[in-house]
Design a binder for this molecule. Structure first.
Ligand SMILES: *Cc1c(COP(=O)(O)O)cnc(C)c1O
Length: 223
């Protein structure tokens, strides 16, 4: 068993069955993805369109690719034919673009709304107030080619686990509020993509249904 396979096995043992593990393979080569694939991992997360396209080309077709990075509207068309989920949807323009591109492909694309709650100013995403305003103002049911499946969020990069827990708790609270205010009639608004290598166990305790883990599986990234 390779290191990647060993890491994967150890992490899987800590994740409940109802939580999806997205193996974040960005900056790691296709060979590393193949190792994870060989032991059954099928869901992989990438953050750059070009890198994703190059890997998809050489890897098995039954991989479910999740896009987790900042996505430019002019690149949506490249991933629209195949992407399983886009976690990092952070603007109305991007929503409209994904809907349009998905219609062209005769697909319905699952998306998550990225929420900005962490203290760092640089992180992309809607504030809680902005996302409430968006859903109040726009009849999202008219976007026939996307399904808003839930929220994605990141906690502040800190050692303070109380702070991290508090932020995931706030994200969960926002999820509950949106679900009852806007998605009560649907059954598909059911995903919370919270938690990365350093904080995924806390995220799961706070209700996460999807964790995005990179370094703990594939090792450090060389940027
Ligand atoms: C890189 C990345 C991850 C994985 O981070 P690790 O700390 O390596 O687990 C998760 N989510 C997003 C949005 C990322 O960009």
């Amino acid at each position: 068993m390779t290191t990647v396979q060993q890491n994967l096995k150890e992490i899987q043992a800590t994740i409940p069955d109802n939580v999806t593990l997205v193996a974040v393979s960005k900056f790691h080569p296709a060979e590393a993805i193949s190792e994870a694939y060989e032991v059954g991992q099928r869901v992989f997360g990438e953050s750059k369109v070009q890198e994703l396209m190059a890997k998809k080309e050489v890897l098995p077709q039954d991989i479910q690719w999740h896009f987790i990075g900042h996505l430019q509207t002019n690149k949506v068309k490249f991933i629209a034919p195949f992407i399983a989920m886009i976690h990092s949807v952070d603007s109305l323009r991007l929503i409209q673009e994904i809907n349009k591109a998905a219609a062209k492909e005769n697909r319905v694309i699952d998306i998550l709304l990225q929420i900005h709650i962490a203290e760092e100013q640089t992180k992309f995403g809607f504030s809680p107030a902005e996302v409430i305003q968006l859903l109040s103002q726009y009849p999202y049911t008219e976007w026939k080619n996307i399904r808003i499946r839930g929220l994605m969020g990141m906690a502040t990069f800190t050692e303070d686990t109380d702070q991290i827990r508090k932020e995931f708790g706030e994200l969960h609270g926002l999820f509950d509020e949106l679900k009852s205010r806007f998605f009560a009639e649907t059954d598909y608004f059911n995903e919370m993509s919270f938690g990365m290598s350093d904080d995924y166990l806390i995220a799961i305790e706070e209700g996460s249904t999807m964790v995005r883990i990179g370094s703990d599986i594939f090792g450090r990234r060389n940027y």
